[in-house]
Design a protein around this ligand. Structure first.
Ligand code: BGC
Length: 695
């Protein structure tokens, strides 16, 4: 309360012009301060995988200094794959320390939109198709960030689930699905996680742009949730002075350089002077901004200093990368690979050498370094093993280093599009790819390679802001390459990298192994090599369903996705496994799936109620011969009643715990289940499909 009183007093001492300066971007990533009263500007920076490079104040151009390299953390999909709340907190704390170390006040992340379709180009920035898993990891992440006197800015509020026409697309969703599926992670991020700020989304909902929406920002955020933090627009997400000023938006940011002409800059000042808009709406915004500043100790000189590129942060990045890797298939236990007695290893696939940090849109990172898979493998095996590399495929084109950043033009033509390759270029590429393929297959077939490892998948040409994939197929003719390679070399290890699943139907039956990694940060290659060679036992679990084809995804076969005018969310609450389970559709790999090099048994499952709260207790034993971790997942299979109108999923994740066990060790896990009145059966298992106990 003291904070609010002080904020009110300070606001009263400000002129209209000074207040206006505080509520819109005066540079691309900062507002104006009020020097005479010791109010600093608010300095913001992307993004979800670490602190972004420094930009010129009024140009989308990196300033090109050498002092803004940072720790590059795994993407949020990777973090979600760890199912490890403690690691999420650790990543948050390391990130917060970096943001503060780089002098930032607001970290523009995490992105917590649900993964409604695998084709959304920004999926790698998001956690999961499941709101519970999303928030369980987002909350400690946010708390970690904020422990360094830096505000997390949770984004993009709300239903920003496609990039196509992202600035204008209208989301048509029934309120029940909105509230049950798309809003809960935001609620928890803001209320439990205590995020000091939130970013509005570009798209429209119920006829209003989210960044100036009465419904979302007024009715839901401020009234229903009593949220008193700062609402920041997405860059260029505001479209109207009066609507924005009279909504609960606090700061308008944009991508253009005419800062004084932003809707909440001079046009707003003029409207207030003319009496068309009340000054009190501005006062409220300024008060909230001042409270934010006080929460971050920006006004009392007691602020933490932070640090970046520390050894400890690199260790955290590695720890998260290790636990994020998902072993999807391991027939005949072909993995882990042996280190002893091998002389020659062949790595095939461009993702073996591709560095990903600098791509993806606003999530781009100027990484201090990035260990590629090839380097990880070489680093691990040492100089006595010869590791050869062949690309096997090639991408469309190398990224061109342009004069300006893509962001300057990113909002033209609706702000987002769908990918397509051009015709003539495709023929030329096909010719080149055929040659690369022939060479790779011929080499892989040679007897003198002890091990052949394929590292392919997607990259940020596909997983990228402002773009949605056209389909779920693997690009660059990798299907053909994999089919031929696996026929020539059936024991080839397959590693896939990407922010979203790809179709695997043409080759998965030929592969004994499949390892999935996301964009794993600067130590991703180290972690991958450790998993492949068994120095780390994989423990990641899929935070989303891996569909066989895009037709199995409800956003595509029931609702629609990627339309320019209105995206109809006809599937309602049936997103991801909620849809697959209800309609008996087999995914390639199910939500929660992930193998280990050891095995676990589940025993003595019991439901315990303590007052209003429900717990699941059970015994987990490591029945194999090496240390490992299991994610015990608890799903509620609700009873159907006539009142629910049929809107009842077959099962929903309500709790989980990651348990670390030595060989032969047994531990009792005690898992608090989310929600009240948990009527129905409780399913406990190692994935949404691999249920070991039904209570
Ligand atoms: C993105 C945001 C980002 C902002 C600032 C926008 O284009 O949607 O996620 O934080 O730019 O770079």
């Amino acid at each position: 309360m003291e904070l609010w009183k002080k904020a009110r007093e300070l606001t009263a001492a400000l002129s209209l012009e000074e207040k206006i300066g505080m509520i819109h971007g005066a540079e691309l990533f900062r507002t104006k301060g009020v020097e005479r009263l010791g109010i600093p500007p608010l300095v913001m920076s992307d993004g979800p995988m670490g602190v972004r490079q420094e930009f010129a104040p009024d140009q989308w151009k990196g300033i090109g200094e050498t002092d803004d390299y940072v720790t590059y953390f795994p993407c949020n999909s990777a973090l979600a794959s760890t199912w490890n709340r403690k690691l999420a907190g650790e990543m948050g704390s390391a990130m917060g320390e970096e943001f503060r170390g780089r002098g930032k006040d607001v970290a523009l992340g995490p992105g917590i939109n649900l993964k409604r379709s695998p084709l959304c180009g920004r999926n790698f920035e998001y956690f999961s198709e499941d709101p519970y898993l999303t928030k369980e990891l987002a909350v400690p992440l946010i708390q970690g960030i904020q422990s360094w006197d830096v505000a997390a800015c949770v984004k993009h509020f709300a239903v920003n689930n496609q990039e196509t026409e992202r600035l204008w697309v209208e989301v048509d969703i029934d309120e029940e699905a909105l509230k049950r599926l798309y809003l809960p992670a935001f609620y928890d991020a803001l209320k439990k996680g205590g995020a000091y700020s939130v970013m509005g989304a570009y798209n429209q909902l119920y006829g209003e742009h989210c960044c100036q929406s009465q419904y979302l920002l007024g009715d839901i955020l401020r009234k229903e949730w009593s949220y008193d933090g700062v609402v920041i627009s997405d860059w260029g997400g505001v479209h109207d002075t009066k609507k924005a000023a009279e909504s609960q938006l606090d700061i308008e940011m944009s991508v253009t350089y005419d800062f004084d002409q932003y809707f909440m800059a001079n046009p707003l000042k003029q409207a207030v002077e003319e009496g068309a808009i009340s000054e009190s709406v501005i006062d409220e915004k300024v008060e909230r901004i001042l409270v934010l500043m006080m929460r971050l100790h920006m006004l009392d000189g007691k602020r933490k200093a932070g640090a970046y590129n520390t050894e400890a942060h690199r260790k955290s990045a590695l720890a998260i990368a290790r636990e994020s890797i998902v072993l999807l298939k391991n027939k005949r236990s072909v993995l882990p690979l042996r280190e002893e007695g091998i002389k020659r290893v062949l790595v095939i696939g461009e993702n073996g050498v591709c560095l990903h940090a600098a791509g993806g849109g606003s999530a781009e990172i100027k990484a201090l370094y990035e260990i590629s898979p090839l380097m990880g493998i070489k680093k691990l095996l040492g100089g006595n093993v010869q590791v050869d590399y062949l690309s096997g495929y090639c991408r469309e084109q190398e990224k061109k280093e342009g004069e300006i950043n893509w962001q300057e033009t990113s909002l033209e033509n609706g702000g987002g599009t769908r990918l397509a390759e051009s015709g003539t270029w495709r023929r030329e590429l096909s010719r080149r790819r055929k040659a690369l393929r022939r060479q790779a297959v011929k080499t892989a077939a040679l007897k003198d390679y002890d091990q052949v490892i394929f590292v392919g998948g997607l990259n940020h040409d596909y997983d990228c802001e402002g773009l949605d994939r056209a389909d779920m197929r693997l690009p660059y003719e990798q299907d053909e390459l994999l089919t031929e390679l696996l026929s020539a070399r059936p024991d080839m290890i397959v590693v896939m990298m990407g922010g979203s699943p790809v179709e695997m139907g043409r080759w998965i039956h030929l592969a004994d192994s499949l390892v999935w990694c996301w964009y794993g940060g600067m130590e991703g290659g180290t972690a991958l090599a450790e998993v492949l060679y068994g120095r780390v036992n994989p423990s990641g679990k899929l935070p989303e369903s891996f569909y066989k084809t895009i037709k199995d995804c409800s956003a595509h076969c029931v609702g629609d996705f990627g339309r320019k005018d209105t995206a109809h969310y006809r599937e309602g609450i049936y997103v991801g496994y909620r849809y697959l389970d209800a309609f008996h559709i087999e995914p390639e790999f199910s939500f929660g799936h992930g193998l280990s090099y050891t095995s676990f048994s589940y025993q003595n499952g019991k439901i315990v109620t303590e007052g209003e709260e429900t717990f699941l207790s059970c015994l987990i034993t490591n029945t194999g011969d090496r240390p490992g971790a299991e994610v015990v997942q608890v799903y509620l299979r609700p009873e159907k009643s006539s009142e629910d109108g049929g809107n009842v999923p077959f099962q929903e994740l309500k709790g989980f715990e990651k348990v670390f066990l030595e060989p032969g060790e047994t531990q009792m896990v005690y898992i608090k289940l989310e929600g009240e009145g948990l009527g129905g059966r409780i399913a406990v298992g190692a994935s949404s499909k691999d249920i070991r106990m039904l209570l």
